[in-house]
Design a protein around this ligand. Structure first.
Ligand code: SF4
Ligand code: SF4
Length: 437
């Protein structure tokens, strides 16, 4: 048998002389004695002299593969499955580009010059698109994220879409859940109660640091503070709905996040908070933006990446969970055919939310069920093959295309963040292992 290319090793962990190994393709985790781990590590991709019967578990878990199997072929068919054979539809729907806040880093304001609410006609097309797609692929689940601008400024769309998808899914035996990514200022109890009956699962609310910091970076238009109202809304208006807190830091504002975590850990709303996730403000085509998906927390800046790891460690120490799965497989929508999409108020379909409003990245319109040639060009580029056999491929699948465009102007192209992934994966794997024993 051969040692897998996708074994990731942490030496002398959990004990000296032991090695913690994750197979990034199968997600199997196990502790090995150093002698055996060395054989796997020194012979990555090569035939090793071990008895298949005695070490059958290595084959079962994917730490090793049979001699006649090519791991590149396995990976290719696995990426193909993820790209074309998903049974789960994930759609981010922007109800509006409008926002009641005036955050200096916001990309929505720069993405479009005209504030625009979604119309009923577009909303109907979205429902039709989703229903057609769900029937077409025999979907098992539909997950919707309402987004903006500030999505609650056009909440009629949520009022209307959620019962329609709920009824459709109930009738077809499809699981349906939705979340609302909001600044939290306009959350009302009666809305939460109404939407809960149609599948509202969570609010993802942005707090950019403690009161002082947040009020500076996330004021209302007209420069009024917002922190206290958001906290009051979390306390009184979110009963039975998960509250995920996220935030976007820069080197200058990161101190405020430690203060926020300390504040939340002592606050009466602590029990209401499901999980936290803080990521850097990232550079975008027009200005800068919130990072929301998959590998999006990855950044070229070593200092920002270290801050990411430090803040995460700090909130875990204070008893908060992470909103993102510790070790996740590739989820970037650029590498998924048409089941992970973002729909804007004008009905355009995008892949990565950071590109919304930039028509050159649009892959279709909800008036048409089929996506355009741009989509075909992106998903058939198979850039991951250039990375093979990088151990991080199953997680990263060739990096962030969007980031490479912003930095180099090439699209789609690879933006490799190996150093950060290695550091982050080491921390996550240790935690994952500790929580499993
Ligand atoms: S292209 Fe990059 S920023 Fe966009 S969704 Fe994928 S990983 Fe995230
Ligand atoms: S982009 Fe870098 S880390 Fe990601 S799979 Fe390619 S070589 Fe590996």
């Amino acid at each position: 048998m051969k040692a897998s290319y996708f074994n990731f090793f942490i030496n002398d962990h959990p004990e000296k002389g032991q090695v913690l190994i994750l197979n990034t393709r199968t997600q199997a985790i196990a502790v090995f004695e150093k002698e055996l781990a060395d054989i796997l590590q020194n012979n990555s991709g090569k035939v090793i002299d071990l008895d298949e019967n005695k070490f059958s578990e290595l084959l079962e878990e994917g730490f090793c593969i049979k001699d006649d199997i090519c791991e590149k072929d396995i990976l290719e068919s696995w990426f193909h499955e993820i790209c074309y054979k998903q049974k789960n539809i994930t759609a981010t729907i922007l109800t509006t580009y409008n926002c009641n806040f005036a955050c200096p880093y916001c990309f929505e304001g720069s993405a479009t010059n005209k504030p625009e609410n979604m119309t009923k006609k577009t909303m109907n097309n979205i429902c039709k698109w989703l229903f057609t797609k769900a029937i077409d692929i025999n979907a098992k689940s539909i997950n919707i994220f309402f987004y903006g601008g500030e999505p609650l400024l056009n909440k009629e769309i949520i009022d209307n879409i959620s019962p329609r998808i709920y009824s459709f899914c109930k009738h077809k035996g499809i699981t349906f859940k939705f979340g609302i990514v909001t600044n939290g200022y306009l959350i009302k109890k009666q809305d939460s109660d109404y939407w809960k009956t149609y599948g509202l699962d969570f609010y993802r609310i942005t707090l950019d640091g403690s009161k002082t910091w947040h009020n500076k970076t996330r004021p209302l238009k007209g420069n009024m503070p917002t922190f206290q109202t958001i906290v009051n809304n979390i306390r009184s208006n979110t009963s039975g709905v998960k509250v995920l807190i996220s935030g976007n830091y820069t080197k200058e504002t990161s101190t405020g996040f430690y203060e926020l975590i300390e504040y939340l850990s002592k606050s009466d709303i602590k029990e209401k908070i499901h999980s936290l996730s803080f990521t850097p403000v990232i550079k975008t085509l027009a200005s800068s933006c919130r990072s929301e998906h998959g590998l999006c927390e990855v950044n070229n800046d070593v200092e920002l990446n270290q801050i990411y790891l430090d803040i995460k460690k700090f909130y875990k120490k204070h008893g908060f969970k992470d909103s993102r799965k510790n070790i996740s497989m590739q989820t970037c929508p650029f590498k998924i055919n048409d089941t992970n999409i973002t729909m804007t108020p004008d009905g355009c379909i995008y892949k990565c939310p950071a590109t919304i409003g930039h028509k050159e990245f649009s892959v279709g319109n909800v008036k048409e069920i089929h996506l355009n040639d741009k989509n075909k060009e992106i998903i058939t580029s198979d850039l991951w093959k250039e990375c093979y056999p990088c151990v991080y491929l199953p997680i990263c699948s060739g990096g962030c295309y969007y980031s490479s465009y912003v930095k180099e102007g090439h699209f789609p192209a690879i933006d490799c963040q190996k150093t950060f992934i290695e550091k982050s994966l080491t921390n996550d794997l240790k935690e994952e292992y500790a929580s499993s024993i």
